[in-house]
Design a protein around this ligand. Structure first.
Ligand code: GDP
Ligand code: MG
Length: 162
């Protein structure tokens, strides 16, 4: 079994965009509205030199009702399967209550977590990242998933934990 990287974070932060970049596919649907990815989606990471799998999730939304609770269950399964958790936040939106809730959830799992601040294209990334130190998950990796910026650094951090 290959090592598994789970992508989690609230809807719309760019998880599926990163998934597609890592797997060089367009399998995960990317949309401007939250909650599109309902199920777990697996792909083989095509970058870097270490074979591993990445699993995309629908994200953890605030309200665990109806279809959202199904998505939430998928996130739980993905988290249990994961060897490394990549927790993505949105540099443009800043730190939110959902981010704090997700941080609490992933911390409980006692698995390695890499904090990734996405959408740093065209903004002052270090200023944008500053907020997220409050999550106490270490130094965030700054990425722009839609351009692949920061992905080599992210994969280095992942490999160091596998
Ligand atoms: P998910 O819900 O977390 O899977 O997020 P998606 O991958 O569907 O992306 C949500 C939105 O953010 C889409 O409109 C993406 O095009 C946009 N997005 C994703 N990555 C980036 C990025 O690096 N920079 C910018 N500016 N937008 C991004
Ligand atoms: Mg998605």
């Amino acid at each position: 079994m290959l090592p598994v990287i789970a992508l989690v974070g609230r809807p719309n932060v760019g998880k599926s965009t990163l998934f597609n970049y890592l797997t060089r596919s367009r399998e995960a649907l990317v949309a401007d509205f939250p909650g599109l990815t309902r199920d777990r989606q697996y792909g083989r990471v095509k970058h870097g030199n270490r074979p591993c799998l990445v699993v995309d999730t629908g994200g953890i939304a605030d309200d665990a009702q109806g279809i959202e609770s199904v998505a939430r269950e998928q996130v739980q399964i993905a988290l249990e399967e994961a060897d490394v958790i990549v927790f993505m936040v949105d540099a443009r939106e800043g730190l939110s209550a959902s981010d704090r809730a997700i941080a609490a959830t992933v911390r409980k799992l006692a698995k390695p977590v890499i904090l990734v601040t996405n959408k740093v294209d065209g903004i002052d990334a270090s200023v944008a990242a500053f907020d997220f130190y409050a999550l106490a998950l270490g130094e965030p990796v700054l990425v722009a998933a839609s351009h692949g910026r920061g992905v080599p650094e992210l994969l280095e951090r992942v490999n160091a934990l596998l």
